[in-house]
Design a protein around this ligand. Structure first.
Ligand code: SAH
Ligand code: SF4
Ligand code: F3S
Length: 473
């Protein structure tokens, strides 16, 4: 799984060869994705919508008639990356113009939602700014730009449900789908943590209806998908409408999805501690398809900071929750998000964060220096922590988290784990897959095993992956 803020090359095979008989013109799109898994999913869906409109995917922006930046606003650095990228695209557009070819430039995602028309003022190369609830309108809007319009801003939250208007997940005849897929089930957030832009960029919590999700999952499975990660900014607050019209919880949704034959693994992310219900915790003990890995951000180990963050849980409540989860599923691997240097954080409060990490023991974690975001309540606090203090705290925290990650990976050496083989490795004869605990696992394997779950003995733990040998096939 990508860490938040890590750009991902997109999208895989589904859009390859997407030009239909009706669209004879060769049109190419390049999508660059920043930010979280939800943006990765959105980029895939945008690509598929454009694929149905005759666009083929290209990895090189120089070849693209349409360049889309799917952006992230979570921290200042993430948002600023967009503008440096737009500088490069501007130069590229000029170069293409010299060759008589035009380039349509689109900014989508959370920066688009947060900054709207300001983006075009700052970077006039941008033709279209589109929010994350409107991308079903992308093909029509791109057509308007190709017909001569410029500077369209589409960031209202539309009445209609974009999922109802998007084409179905791209057909397998267009290429083989990777065996692990994302599926967004919930969008937006009502929690309003005081540091976070998501409630503003993604809006209020909305859950997709159960039938819509099941239909998409069945289609993905028919296309070769074996593992689905259910996505939501606050996924365990999921409360979509069931076929009987009644609200359905994430635990109920997981049970329904587990009934799909051929779907072998389920995961979900990201969860808020406050929404970890007993029913969902029980599901970790009962449902074998639910993988023993849970991302559960705690942000800070100090109650005063947690209250200032409006996290709605204390350190003790989080620890009690971890105990209950581990009772239900003793081998569960936990991961988390942590912020250091929230305004007013003292040395002792930072020590409480380190203590939390020591008490829980994480298999994986993402840690960040607090970054003030425009429009959020925390950005108006003046008890700012100095940059060098933040950097020093982050280093200490990351050293501890790295040591825990290494200890967990090393403890698996000698164990045989089921690995879902996802793709070809860099070395010939190798495939790369995922352990139940989400490690990347490399090993020698015949290409036809891609998409299978095989038992692998873990023979080596590396910094960010494991090496394995297939057993007993
Ligand atoms: N919905 C998820 C995560 C959303 S953002 C959740 O509630 O856990 C992902 C992570 O980015 C957060 O968990 C937080 O650790 C970090 N983050 C969000 N806003 C931030 C900010 N202003 N500065 C630094 N880190 C931030
Ligand atoms: Fe942001 Fe908090 Fe919502 Fe997570 S729960 S998306 S950190 S407001
Ligand atoms: Fe970034 Fe938006 Fe995701 S701000 S982390 S891309 S929800």
């Amino acid at each position: 799984m990508p860490s938040l803020g890590e750009p991902r090359a997109l999208f895989d095979a589904p859009c390859e060869g997407g030009a239909s008989a009706v669209h004879t013109e060769d049109k190419r799109v390049h999508v660059k994705t920043f930010g979280c898994q939800m943006n990765v999913y959105d980029s895939e869906r945008m690509g598929e919508a454009l694929g149905a409109d005759g666009f083929r995917n290209t990895d090189s922006p120089e070849d693209a008639d349409l360049v889309i930046l799917n952006t992230c606003h979570i921290r200042e650095k993430a948002a600023e990356k967009v503008y440096s990228e737009l500088g490069r695209i501007r130069a590229m557009k000029v170069e293409r113009q010299r060759l008589g070819r035009d380039t349509v430039v689109v900014v989508a995602g959370c920066v688009a939602q947060a900054e709207g028309a300001e983006i075009i003022r700052r970077a006039p190369v941008v033709d279209l700014v589109i929010g994350s609830q409107s991308y079903h309108r992308l093909p029509a809007l791109v057509a308007r730009i190709r017909a001569g319009e410029h500077g369209i801003v589409e960031t209202e939250f539309p009445e209609e449900d974009k999922f109802e208007h998007l084409p179905q997940r791209a057909d397998p005849v267009r290429g083989k789908r990777a065996p692990a897929a994302f599926l967004t089930v919930q969008e937006g957030c009502d929690k309003f943590c005081t540091f976070c832009v998501v409630p503003y960029t993604r809006g209020a919590e909305v859950s997709r209806p159960v039938e819509q999700i099941l239909a998409e999952a069945r289609r993905l499975v028919a296309q070769g998908v074996r593992e689905i990660t259910l996505l939501g900014q606050n996924v365990n607050a999921y409360h979509g409408r069931g076929s009987d019209g009644r609200p359905c919880s994430l635990a109920m949704l997981i049970r329904a999805l587990a009934g799909i034959e051929g779907l072998e693994r389920l995961r979900y992310t990201t969860s808020h501690p406050r929404d970890m219900t007993d029913e969902l915790i029980d599901a970790h003990g009962r449902e074998p398809k639910l993988m023993p890995y849970l991302h559960l951000p705690f942000q800070s180990g100090a109650d005063r900071i947690l209250a200032a963050m409006n996290r709605k849980h204390t350190a003790a409540e989080y620890l009690a929750l971890v105990d209950r989860i581990r009772q239900a599923r003793p081998d569960i691997a936990l991961s988390t998000d942590v912020i250091v240097g929230f305004p007013g954080e003292t040395d002792d409060e930072f020590e409480a964060t380190l203590e939390m990490v020591r008490k829980v023991g994480y298999a994986q974690a993402y840690s960040f220096k607090y970054s003030p975001r425009p429009g959020t309540p925390a950005s108006t606090l003046d008890s700012v922590v100095a940059e060098d203090v933040k950097a020093e705290r982050l280093k200490r925290l990351q050293d501890l988290l790295d040591a825990q990650q290494a200890a967990f990976s090393t403890s698996l050496v000698g164990r045989v784990l089921p690995v879902l083989l996802e793709r070809a490795g860099r070395k010939p004869g190798q495939l790369v897959g995922r352990s139940p605990y989400l490690h990347i696992v490399h090993g020698d394997a015949a290409p036809e095993l891609q998409g299978s779950i095989v038992p692998m003995e873990i023979v080596e733990a590396r910094a960010n992956s494991l090496a394995g040998v297939i057993k007993g096939l």
